[in-house]
Write a protein that binds this ligand. Structure first.
Ligand SMILES: O=C(O)CCC(=O)C(=O)O
Ligand SMILES: [Fe+2]
Length: 186
């Protein structure tokens, strides 16, 4: 295991959600999300080829999600995975999740950390502040790729390749239908 100390201050933004909560597809914007839920499932993550897979609920485990900011800090090594929550079927116990969102302070500058870059590695993102990210995010829709405005050409090429991949795999297996009830979570 390698421990790296990063010059990033983190704001705590705790959130508690409950009762038949559902969430449309999105990536978490912050650095890291730590989630604990009850025994009711519903959380799904999107695989690189565009297929949704359920995350089995486990009330004894913590589910750690990489946020967009961590994707930038690691220059794309850790990916903020798209996820959503499908509402439980009628009569099923409500899903209860408690999530800690560790986000940067508003004036924090976010850019790939030189400590994590190999020699000659190209930066995929331009530097931005958390406040800038949030301003851009508020103008977008929840499911949009919200790192778009901060990507440098190398990242745009990478995203385009991913999109092509999605289209070809969708032709074989269409993505699951949207969840029945959706709510904005950020
Ligand atoms: O409730 C859950 O399991 C996840 C919700 C979520 O993804 C979020 O609030 O960002
Ligand atoms: Fe989320």
């Amino acid at each position: 295991m390698v421990a790296i100390t990063v010059p990033i201050s983190v704001d705590a933004i705790p959130l508690v959600k409950c009762a038949h909560a559902a969430a449309a597809a999105h990536t978490d914007p912050q650095i890291i999300s730590v989630l604990r839920s009850n025994r009711t499932g519903g959380l799904q993550i999107m695989l690189p080829e565009g297929r949704w897979v359920p995350v089995a609920p486990d009330p004894d485990s913590l589910f750690i999600n990489v946020g967009d900011s961590l994707q930038v800090l690691t220059n794309g090594r850790f990916r903020s995975v798209k996820h959503r929550v499908v509402a439980p079927a009628e009569g099923q116990q409500s899903r209860l999740s408690v999530i800690y969102f560790g986000g940067p302070a508003p004036t924090q500058r976010i850019a790939p950390l030189p400590e994590l870059m190999r020699e000659g590695e190209q930066s995929l993102y331009r530097e931005f502040t958390w406040a800038e990210y949030k301003k851009a995010a508020y103008k977008s829709r929840l499911g949009d790729h919200r790192l778009g405005p901060f990507e440098l050409p190398a990242a745009v090429t990478q995203e385009a390749t991913k999109a092509d991949h999605h289209c070809s795999s969708n032709a074989v297996q269409p993505p699951a239908p949207a969840p029945p009830h959706v709510a904005r979570v950020h």
